[in-house]
Design a protein around this ligand. Structure first.
Ligand code: ZN
Length: 259
């Protein structure tokens, strides 16, 4: 299962895995169509072209929102009446403009233990994660994801994933601006964002943001520690460990901050 990839929180999703496999397969098909040697050449050229391209912040905000819509369409978004959606709405009440951002929150009904955020402020939480955590633990994880948006990590990841996809699709233009991907291709960009790995320093920075949200809201700060412990606690933690490095050490670090 090559799509047993690093995820933002951690992961074993039948649905997202199927989507991921579909993206991977279509990429493989394209490579096969080009033939081995020529495919390599085409990708090399694409990479070189992409290095000079720019995507400004306004582009990224617009594309992020389009990508969120595209990825939502590929996943089972819980309707407002769904108990998971109602729980999430309660958890994040009042956070819509946290940190001066314009955030929106949705649940994907999938057993995957995961959550992610896009640079437009779209935060997605997987129901598998919600099953595993209590309310304040979830608030910490969601706050952590907001931290990735607030600190620009989501933007940087999205830019990289978008430009890579643009190169693969051959839509890189020559006027120093990235060409537009079709909306049907934006889901693949999000897939890249979700599976890309954050640096340890980004993780710690986002942990700090999540902890701060708990403390400012008068929630249980200890939930930040137990959330990370749960993510390090048996089960499908391999994905979590690769995308959010060393949750046990992060938990210890937060515990020291709280004391
Ligand atoms: Zn993270």
């Amino acid at each position: 299962m090559h799509h047993f990839v690093p995820r933002c929180v951690l992961a074993v999703s039948l649905l997202a895995a199927a989507v991921s496999a579909a993206h991977a397969q279509s990429a493989l098909d394209r490579l096969k169509g080009l033939g081995g040697g020529r495919a390599q050449t085409a990708l090399d050229v694409g990479s070189d072209v992409v290095k000079g391209l720019t995507l400004n912040d306004a582009d990224i905000a617009t594309l992020g929102a389009e990508a969120a819509a595209a990825y939502d369409a590929e996943n089972l978004v819980a309707p407002d009446s769904d108990p998971y959606a109602q729980r999430l709405a309660k958890l994040v009440a009042g956070w819509e403009n946290d940190a001066g951002l314009d955030l929106n929150f949705k649940v994907y009904r999938t057993p995957e233990i995961n959550a992610f955020a896009l640079p437009d402020g779209s935060v997605r939480v997987f129901s598998g994660l919600m099953d595993k955590m209590d309310d304040d633990e979830l608030r910490f994880v969601i706050g952590h994801e907001i931290g990735h948006v607030k600190h620009g990590h989501s933007k940087a990841r999205f830019r990289t994933a978008y430009l890579a996809q643009a190169a693969r699709k051959g839509v890189a233009s020559t006027n120093n601006a990235a060409g537009r991907l079709a909306s049907s291709e934006l889901g693949g960009v999000v897939e890249e964002v979700v599976k890309a790995q954050h640096s340890q320093s980004n993780e710690l920075e986002s942990d700090g943001y999540g902890l701060g949200l708990l403390q400012r809201g008068g929630f249980n700060a200890q939930a930040a520690v137990t959330a990370l412990q749960k993510l390090d606690d048996g089960g499908p933690k391999a994905d979590m460990l690769s995308s959010h490095p060393d949750p046990a050490r992060r938990a210890q670090r937060i515990q020291a901050q709280i004391r």
